[in-house]
Design a protein around this ligand. Structure first.
Ligand code: ADP
Length: 467
């Protein structure tokens, strides 16, 4: 059955509530019945015990009779029995009667006298007698004292005596309890509806987003801090992150096409020119030279993109091992020092014995990119200083140049893919070098930062956790 969460919740707690309330009702009735029965029995015993003292024996009636006295006198043996006017023959539906030992009722009332005839007298014993489907409690007391021999007091009370009170308790319970249940169910249903309303808004919005593919949409709920509001917030930030990464992907694809189009156009134009015109062997050679350098540029671009996507998608392609970072940097510096482009001199200050967990070929790439940039953007006869040292559980590598520097407004973007601060200054770069370096550094759990002052130079600092 496809029931809504609200209906399911309401059904569940309604059923639970009905069970609980029914059990409560049964308990109330059982306890009330027990209490009533005990009260009835105690009352019977108390009434009979009270009446015991109200019967006295006198040899001569006149010795006690006073004018206006309403006491009753019953001849008994050689004297009289005096039944005091305080004798409770019928009170609270407890009937008390005075008997001679042979079941002869002398005084009082007993509605089940006949049925009681077969029930023998038993002093201070509570007996049960059933008559006409009704249970009666019977309590006897044997009288004792001068002239009171052979006399019994028998008290009788019906078990149903408290039924009216019980019926009243039941009636009140049966009116109030269903009202409480109804109230609780309606209230619960209302609260469930209110609480779950954001869920339907979230569902609606999710459907809208997935149908329209619009990642700019956000779920907006009334203010609140419950779980559903937190869900909506995380959903919104997830969608925002997805949107940002889709945007980044779109930007990347459009940059890639743009970057590849330029060398492709140059190659096409060179080919067309060479095919359409009477081209001299020298011109052919120049064209082929241009085509060659453009295709080299394209190949390097494609390789760099391939590396970036491998780092993103297939990190297992680059296994890590404990690497002597000092030795690795030393050998990169030795190789790079041979470049001597623009008369730039490279100095290395390397602390021995720095080890990190890493992939050597990736590390070489990352460091080479930074040193190549220092050459590319360095000034004539300038200096590059590469230093490596241990620094509180990590290794700190600094590549410092005294070249063109980077404008403050470009600094936050130089690690973005295809970002090049000043394209007019050099056409050779692709804008991917620093983003690859950054990917490699974070692949190794490290960080790369830059400080730079235009026309003074730049310092790139790379920090890796030590192995
Ligand atoms: P590119 O292929 O253009 O060098 P990078 O990603 O390596 O691409 O660098 C991005 C931009 O950052 C460069 O275009 C340049 O403007 C700037 N840059 C990087 N390194 C340096 C540096 N050492 N000195 C000055 N500018 C730099």
């Amino acid at each position: 059955m496809n029931l809504s969460i609200r209906t399911k919740l309401t059904l569940w707690f309604s059923a639970a509530l009905i069970v609980v309330v029914s059990l409560t009702y049964v308990c109330i009735m059982a306890v009330s019945d027990q209490v009533l029965q005990k009260t009835i029995r105690d009352n019977l015993i108390e009434t009979v015990e009270h009446n015991v003292d109200e019967i006295e024996f006198y040899w001569d009636k006149n010795s006690v009779a006073e004018p206006g006295d309403v006491d009753l006198f019953i001849p008994h043996g050689a004297g009289f029995l005096e039944v005091d006017d305080d004798f409770l023959s019928t009170v609270n539906q407890v009937y008390t009667a005075l008997y001679e030992g042979n079941m002869l009722m002398l005084y009082g009332e007993n509605p089940v006298a006949k049925e009681c005839e077969d029930v023998p007298f038993q002093d201070r014993v509570l007996q049960k007698v059933r008559s006409g489907g009704i249970v009666y409690y019977v309590f006897d007391r044997e009288l004792s004292g001068e002239g009171l021999t052979g006399l019994w007091l028998r008290g009788v009370v019906s078990e149903t005596q408290g039924r009216e009170e019980l019926a009243a308790v039941s009636k009140v319970s049966l009116t109030i309890l269903p009202l409480i249940v109804l109230f609780a169910i309606l209230g619960g249903n209302l609260i469930a509806g209110r609480t779950l309303r954001p869920l339907s808004e979230i569902t609606e919005m999710t459907e809208q987003i997935s149908q329209g593919n619009d990642l700019k949409k956000q779920i907006s709920l009334d203010p609140g801090g419950d779980e559903l509001h937190r869900l909506a917030d995380s959903f919104n930030s997830m969608i925002a992150r997805l949107d940002a990464s889709f945007e980044k992907e779109k930007q990347f694809t459009s940059d890639v096409s743009h970057e590849l189009r330029t060398p492709m156009t140059v190659i096409t134009v060179q080919c067309e020119y060479s095919l359409e015109n009477d081209t001299s062997p020298e011109e052919y050679a120049a064209s082929i030279q241009t085509i060659y350098s453009q295709s080299k540029r394209m190949t390097s671009l494609i390789n760099q993109m391939l590396d970036l996507s491998r780092l993103d998608m297939r990190p297992e392609y680059y296994p890590k091992e404990k690497t002597d970072f000092s030795a690795l940097i030393g050998s990169v510096c030795e190789d790079m020092a041979l470049i001597r482009d623009k008369g730039i001199v490279l100095n290395a200050r390397i602390e021995r014995g720095v080890f990190i967990d890493g992939n050597p070929s990736l590390l070489v790439r990352a460091v080479s990119n930074l040193i190549l940039n220092a050459y590319r953007y360095g000034k004539e006869n300038g200096h590059i200083t590469v230093s490596l040292q241990k620094n509180e559980g990590s290794s700190l590598l600094r590549i410092e140049d005294d070249g063109s520097g980077i404008a403050p407004e470009d600094l936050p973007r130089i690690f973005d893919r295809f970002y090049r601060a000043d394209r007019s200054r050099t056409e050779s770069g692709s804008g991917l070098g620093l983003s690859i370096t950054k990917e490699i550094v974070s692949f190794h759990g490290g960080t790369v930062t830059v400080e730079s002052f235009p026309e003074k130079g730049s310092v790139f600092s790379v920090s890796f956790p030590e192995a």
